[in-house]
Design a binder for this molecule. Structure first.
Ligand SMILES: NC(=O)c1ccc[n+]([C@@H]2O[C@H](COP(=O)([O-])OP(=O)(O)OC[C@H]3O[C@@H](n4cnc5c(N)ncnc54)[C@H](OP(=O)(O)O)[C@@H]3O)[C@@H](O)[C@H]2O)c1
Length: 245
């Protein structure tokens, strides 16, 4: 079956891992993001690996005028139309506390920008009666905590959006996978203190591809974060509000 994937936020090392794995199986790829030189390099790598198509395309979550051309380009391909979204930003919570105007940017990058793009993509999946959307959220969206509650709330919003989108697309043969990574060794976490059980980005990419193949609904990656978050969610609020985790 011919498949084409738009990878939003394709400069992320997790996204690059998924793009490479999809290239290995001959998929078509539209690598979307802001850094065109980086995306072109990944496109060249994916072509060498066997991608049927690998093109760099401009995507800025804060500039919806970049969305239409990607969808138009995608619509020219035959077969299934798919999208994996890795877009997100996490400025230090202390910077946001000092300058609340940063909140809109975080919410746009991690939630509303991707949601607007995916909502425009949904009818194309419905029309073909097939296609998969992967939305990368975060364990940070499972409970608000002092260290990153704006980022966490953007991911919580994205999780809820993805749940509803899955409910919508399942009626026409489409599928949505929600991915909740724990700590991953990427640009976003570089130099951050307090990281533990940090996963390599390629392992996360492999678990995402497996989840797509098995049509999983929600995955934690690495898997043990499901149990860590079960415990964290079960801490009563009077205790949780005093914790610094
Ligand atoms: N690393 C972790 O521990 C961890 C844990 C849980 C969830 N996540 C999530 O995993 C995803 C990938 O993150 P990462 O860890 O690989 O970090 P990353 O390298 O910083 O990836 C974030 C991606 O989002 C893109 N982006 C940010 N703002 C954008 C905008 N306005 N328009 C278009 N693209 C934008 C970045 O593009 P540029 O290269 O142009 O900045 C980059 O491709 C994110 O959604 C993140 O929230 C990460």
């Amino acid at each position: 079956m011919m498949e084409t994937w738009v990878i939003l936020g394709a400069t992320s090392s997790m996204a690059r891992g998924l793009a490479r794995a999809l290239a290995d199986r001959g998929a078509g790829l539209l690598l979307a993001g802001r850094d065109m030189a980086d995306l072109e390099a990944t496109a060249a790598d994916c072509t060498l690996r066997g991608a049927r198509l690998a093109e760099a395309v401009k995507f800025d979550a804060r500039d919806p005028s970049t969305f239409g051309p990607i969808l138009e380009r995608l619509g020219k391909e035959d077969g299934s139309l798919n999208c994996a979204c890795f877009v997100g930003s996490m400025p230090p919570q202390a910077d946001i506390d000092a300058d609340p105007s940063l909140i809109e940017g975080v919410i746009t990058d991690s939630f509303t920008g991707p949601a607007r793009f995916l909502t425009a993509l949904a009818p194309m999946i419905e029309a073909r009666q097939m296609g998969c959307i992967v939305g990368v959220g975060s364990v940070a969206g499972d409970r608000g905590r002092v260290g990153n509650y704006v980022y966490g709330s953007s991911k919580a919003g994205f999780h809820t959006y993805l749940s509803g989108l899955r409910n919508r697309l399942t009626r026409s043969g489409g599928h949505v996978v929600t991915v909740k990574p724990g700590f991953v060794d990427t640009a976003m976490t570089w130099g951050l203190e307090g990281m533990f059980l940090v996963a390599p980005p390629d392992a996360v990419a492999a678990s995402i591809l497996k989840a797509v193949e098995k049509e999983r609904n929600i995955i934690y990656t690495p898997f043990f974060w499901r149990y860590i978050m079960m415990i964290i969610r079960s801490v009563p609020e009077p205790i949780f509000k005093k914790m610094s985790i």
